[in-house]
Design a protein around this ligand. Sequence first.
Ligand code: FAD
Ligand code: NAI
Length: 474
Amino acid sequence: MSKHFDVVVIGAGPGGYVAAIRAAQLGFSTACIDAWSNAKGGPAPGGTCTNVGCIPSKALLQSSEHFEHAGHHFAEHGIRVAGLSLDLEQMQARKARVVQQNNEGILFLFKKNKVSFFHGRGSFEKSEGGNYRIEVSGAAPETLLATHVIIATGSDPRALPQAPFDEDMVLSNTGALDIKAIPRRLGVIGAGVIGLEMGSVWRRLGAEVTILEALPAFLGAVDGQIAKEAQKAFAKQHLKIEFGVRIGSIRVADEVTVEYADARGDSQKGVFDKLIVSIGRVPHTEGLNGALIGLAQDERGFIMVDAECRTNLPNVWAIGDVVRGPMLAHKAEEEGVAVAERIAGQQPHVNFNTVPWVIYTAPEIAWVGQTEEALKAEGRAYSAGTFPFLANGRARAIGDTTGMVKILADAASDEVLGVHIVGPAASELIAEAVMAMEFHASSEDIARICHAHPTLSESTKEAALAVAKRTLNF
Ligand code: FAD
Ligand code: NAI
């Protein structure tokens, strides 16, 4: 017997599970199907983000930062640590518990919101009686009928053709988060977000890390001044990054040998104990059977949607990593909520211009809105204000004065156009900037807001004052 739902969501990553909860809150009978299994074969909703992305990477970033602080920075605070050692098994077990808590949390939320959850792979079959028909394969196969379908099937890591992932020697994000013994020499291909975050984790834990990047410059999407500051900080940490390389053959035996041409075109060879390949991600639609119902995808495999996440098929929507736009958990969530509300006849809006980005390295890098380079290219007149953490009392007290806050505002109206931060707690500080931009605040608005003292957030206020060339503490 098939079961009918108003809304069926395929995929329970941050896009899908949030869409399902919002649809149920709005009074729709809602089901969510997800294929991810935990080590015991049970359901593990949360998608890439919860299982092999945002959450486990932040758990390891935190643990490895504690280790680095205990080894290198506690002494400055007058704390002596004798016999410091690393229990990687315990560190990985803690990470696994954090992931499991998140999986269980989502299952609890489904129950609380009366979302019916189906563990298995969902695939389209021929429509039936005006409804979309979806077969769920898995331990308990089901047939679901849906008035509306939200596809939230996420993305997969992109492999290099000459080195497919084996998750032992050549690692995607999945293997990179699950290394069992610290590699002496770790190679990373791609100095993007994953390369920097994972490179940081394993460097802090003792690996000698070399990152090979194809582009000639560091973090092309990041404001140039901020990227330069971050690059200086990473160089001090001995995170070795080679730019402008062209990867050639990769040989995998007891070690991984990467042949590449360096920026001058000279042949080089890197020999590593493990190799992480982090060169971007591709949309995941395998097994969905979208072609059967005529679902349109672009030449790169993304499901084609309009600005409101409508596909080419009536009542079929797609959100998150499987559609255009930044591959970020919070972007997927915003789209999920917006689609559920649109199905309910509401008029939600996702503002891509205020989607923040964060790279969780030390120092953290966070930004929202336009970079100085983009404003120049556009020919827009702007004023810039920067404030270094070196001049912030709280940063000095916590012993982390790397970096700055930078605010870019329209030269005539003073509206904030972009905020860029490299430094301590940038991931938290950026929220104020996002709020300001969402409310079309001017830099003067930020400068006139009372910020608690002593906090890192005073640097944001001071950067806003700097736009008008009237900082108080620098
Ligand atoms: P996903 O999270 O990929 O979820 C898709 C789900 O659909 C999966 O569970 C999959 O099993 C399921 N599925 C697919 N096909 C089917 C099917 N046919 N039937 C049933 N189920 C199916 N983003 C951030 O914002 N912040 C971060 O700190 C961050 N860190 C990251 C770290 C790493 C190492 C990686 C790899 C990514 C990180 N991301 C981060 C990106 C983030 O994980 C993704 O943008 C986000 O998970 C996308 O959400 P989604 O719901 O679109 O898809
Ligand atoms: P990425 O797009 O961030 O970086 C890939 C890097 O690899 C780029 O610098 C690119 O120039 C380089 N590259 C591509 N092909 C190459 C080649 N053949 N040789 C050498 N270098 C090459 O992709 P990444 O790091 O794989 O992450 C995927 C996505 O996951 C991110 O774009 C982001 O959307 C998401 N993510 C987000 C995080 C966060 O929000 N903190 C953390 C991790 C991932």
